[in-house]
Design a protein around this ligand. Structure first.
Ligand code: IMP
Ligand code: MG
Length: 176
């Protein structure tokens, strides 16, 4: 598979993704059944994960979105995170942030700081993927679908320079 002139190999199939997503939702359905939380989808990478995960959620909840940009157009995290959301009303509520992938953790540190300034009751993080060997800051990620090596991935919402988000499976960069 070629995306933006780079070769990628199949890494996690859509069937495997579905099993992982279902497993996370089973746990959240127990942990949050009476908490009336707000799920906050981190755009754009988490769109697909969030829409699949939320369809398995079986309790009352609200959904909001927030935009966090950190990658620029490269494969290396830029270190600065731009956040935008015009209308955030989370005071006194339980918040679950939905992320596609946690790498250095920088994006989430910025996001947590931003959200905590609105005085929510609690904030936890749900991520489909995590690259623990890339972590630069110590953050507590409560729900992790799968921990993977440091290699760059695309598909299922995640992009390489904005391409590849539409792929139903997840691909990893080819080392050849
Ligand atoms: P962090 O701030 O370094 O933790 O990076 C997190 C953000 O970078 C994620 O929300 C993703 O949008 C993006 N990201 C990290 N690793 C990858 C990857 O392998 N492929 C595509 N996007 C990634
Ligand atoms: Mg993201």
């Amino acid at each position: 598979m070629k995306i933006n002139n780079k070769n990628f190999n199949l890494f996690i199939s859509k069937n495997e993704i579905d099993i992982i997503v279902k497993q996370i939702s089973d746990i959240i359905n127990i942990d949050y059944y009476n908490k009336n939380p707000i799920f906050i989808i981190v755009l754009k990478g988490s769109l697909f994960f969030a829409s699949d995960l939320l369809r398995y959620i079986n309790f009352n909840c609200e959904i909001d979105t927030i935009s966090a940009k950190s990658y620029g157009n490269q494969m290396v995290s830029s270190g600065t995170t731009e956040i935008s959301n015009a209308n955030i009303n989370i005071a006194g509520r339980h918040i679950l942030i939905i992320e596609d992938i946690v790498e250095t953790g920088n994006t989430l540190v910025t996001l947590l700081q931003y959200l905590n300034s609105f005085k929510p009751l609690s904030v936890e993080i749900v991520t489909l993927l995590s690259k623990p060997s890339c972590r630069k800051v110590d953050i507590n990620v409560k729900y992790i679908g799968l921990s993977i090596p440091a290699d760059f991935v695309v598909g299922y919402g995640m992009d390489y320079a904005e391409y590849g988000r539409n792929l139903p499976d997840i691909y990893t960069i080819s080392k050849e």
